[in-house]
Design a protein around this ligand. Sequence first.
Ligand SMILES: O=P(O)(O)O[C@H]1O[C@H](CO)[C@@H](O)[C@H]1O
Ligand SMILES: O=c1cc[nH]c(=O)[nH]1
Length: 235
Amino acid sequence: MSVHIGAKPGEIAERVLLPGDPLRAKWIAETYLEDATCYSTVRGMLGFTGRWNGVKVSVQGSGMGMPSASIYAHELINEYGVRSLIRIGSCGALSEDLKLRDVIAANGSATDSNMNRVRFDGLIDYAPVADFGLLRASVENAERRGVPMRVGPVLAADAFYTDRPDLYDRLADYGVLAVEMESAALYTIAARFKARALTVLTVSDHIKTGEKTSSAEREQTFSQMVEIALDTIVA
Ligand SMILES: O=P(O)(O)O[C@H]1O[C@H](CO)[C@@H](O)[C@H]1O
Ligand SMILES: O=c1cc[nH]c(=O)[nH]1
């Protein structure tokens, strides 16, 4: 077991889905995975392993924000040998032409986090990007399922409640689709340790219109995103 994950060696698959919400992990395990078992309850950040289309897959809660998600990505890759990670999260739409429940694949991730400035001594603005193979497979799987998934950059923000909504407008002008809180750290850690990562998101709220889904809907109803991610992680 690692410090933050209570699994024994071999209990976690090489392919992992990462919802921020541990109860979304539980719902996915119970709804989609065959023979799912819970391998970790450490800090309530639940993790499960089962099979999707006969292939071993794990689903691990990663918490909210880049410090939390970084811990899970680091330990999964370095202590459990995980090779492919797909974050499946909720996000706030910045782009006017997105609506509630639209699905997005994040090909790149802008961020206001200081983590990569520390990594590169403030000398480089590192560009965290998705693994191209996973991204391409997710597009193919979305098309096969008839889901009109958008592909584009997102913002990984440190703060959920921002004092700078003007920056969201500026980012939208530059084609940034939505805001969430983990993708930049996931892409960076996967690159550093030679793993593959992708982020697929569902629009849970719209920053411009104020429309929003409930917390129960965010936990248990974003099924198109989950199905695309499952098809992609086993591809
Ligand atoms: O729904 P999840 O995966 O937690 O993702 C989004 O929701 C949380 C904020 O409500 C942040 O973690 C953000 O990235
Ligand atoms: O990080 C997030 C997630 C969902 N909605 C937001 O506005 N921000």
